[in-house]
Design a protein around this ligand. Structure first.
Ligand code: GDD
Ligand code: MG
Length: 328
């Protein structure tokens, strides 16, 4: 099975972390998010991936190249301008022979059973099958209503709480699409799969299947932090890290500093004497000053927490910026 991964978004909700790095290249612990995603897809038999790129494509190409690192065959297309989700999928798909495709958003950390998704799609003879996951707050996502036979009755992108009612199953950002879906997308103009294509397919062999398991869209500060902490603990992934913390081999941590539960200290970061870091992500080249205390904080690349400072839990410290972990 060939997959298309959407990696062209601007990552607005993670700015300034995404000013210099595309969202899929932000690390989850020690490797870029995208490497976790590729390894997961490979474990379900996906051998080839085309990346639908837009913003800062060269970092993705530079890191993964033709795919030797992950043992997959990787290709890239770069939109001349953002074509939105359906436009980007079709732009990438049209570089391939017409075929059934797996399509993934490039920001979802999950252990979703992709093999089962493909099998259910096949068994139902669907034109498109959407994986669903339950969430507490559906307003951030695409709410999907289905009947008891898994046919989609409604697709509501970013619904209000009133529109969502008691429904909690949302589009998990993973689809199987037949070539007919690609043919619906106009060429060269913006087109959104969630607002235009899926609603148009309701009642026309559009199916959706619910999945249990780990699922986290890393696209906001709290969920990006949670992805790191979950993986450290082994809530997601191959198993917890020793002490539920991670310190990059080339980070420098003072002997009397504390790097505790849920802390990630990235490459070439410095944690000075007496500093205390728990449940926080300190990215590459950042510095945590003498006696500083971090709990529930993200420090961006080259960010500096000054000596003795204790940022509010939920802050993001980045060069020139101290913000809240805004967004839910
Ligand atoms: N190539 C390309 N071009 N990629 C794009 C573009 C574009 O113009 N616009 C967005 N993308 C990519 C993003 O990089 C991301 O991987 C994916 O499309 C989804 O965009 P997000 O901005 O992360 O969307 P969202 O999180 O608000 O909502 C989407 O994901 C939810 C699940 O996490 C929707 O698909 C929802 O329906 C879904 O529930
Ligand atoms: Mg997203």
């Amino acid at each position: 099975m060939h997959a298309i991964i959407l990696v062209g978004g601007r990552g607005t909700r993670l700015q300034p972390l995404t000013d210099s790095r595309p969202k899929p290249m932000l690390p989850i612990i020690d490797v870029p998010f995208l490497e976790h995603q590729l390894r997961h897809l490979k474990s379900h038999g996906v051998e080839a991936v085309t990346f639908a790129c837009g913003f800062l494509p060269n970092q993705i190409v530079g890191y993964f190249g033709e795919g030797a690192r992950v043992g997959m065959q990787l290709t890239y297309v770069v939109e001349p301008e953002p074509l939105d989700t359906a436009g980007a999928i079709a732009f990438a798909a049209r570089t391939l022979d017409p075929q059934r495709l797996l399509v993934c958003n490039g920001d979802v950390l999950t252990d979703l059973d992709v093999g089962r998704l493909i099998a259910e799609h096949e068994a139902r003879g669907a034109v498109a099958t959407i994986a669903l996951t339950p969430v507490e707050d559906p307003t951030r996502y695409g709410l999907v209503r289905t009947d008891e036979r898994h046919a989609v009755l409604a697709f509501l992108e970013k619904p209000t709480l009133e529109e969502a009612g008691d429904d909690r199953y949302i589009n998990a950002g993973t689809y199987v699409l037949e070539p007919e879906v690609i043919a619906m997308v106009p060429e060269g103009v913006r087109c959104n799969i969630e607002r235009e294509i899926f609603p148009a397919l309701v009642g026309k062999r559009l199916h959706a299947i619910g999945f249990d398991g780990y699922w986290n869209d890393i696209g906001t500060f709290p969920s990006y932090l949670a992805a790191n902490v979950d993986m450290l603990q082994g809530v997601f992934g191959p198993g917890g890290h020793e002490g539920n913390r991670y310190i990059a081999p080339d980070a420098v941590v003072a002997a009397d500093a504390t790097v505790g539960w849920g802390a990630v200290i990235g490459p070439k970061a410095v944690v000075e004497s007496g500093a205390h870091v728990v449940k926080s992500v300190v990215l590459e080249h950042a510095r945590v000053g003498v006696g500083a205390r971090l709990d529930g904080v993200i420090v961006g690349e080259h960010g500096v927490v000054e000596d003795g400072v204790e940022p509010e839990p939920g802050s993001v410290v980045s060069p020139g910026v101290v913000g809240e972990l805004a967004g839910s």
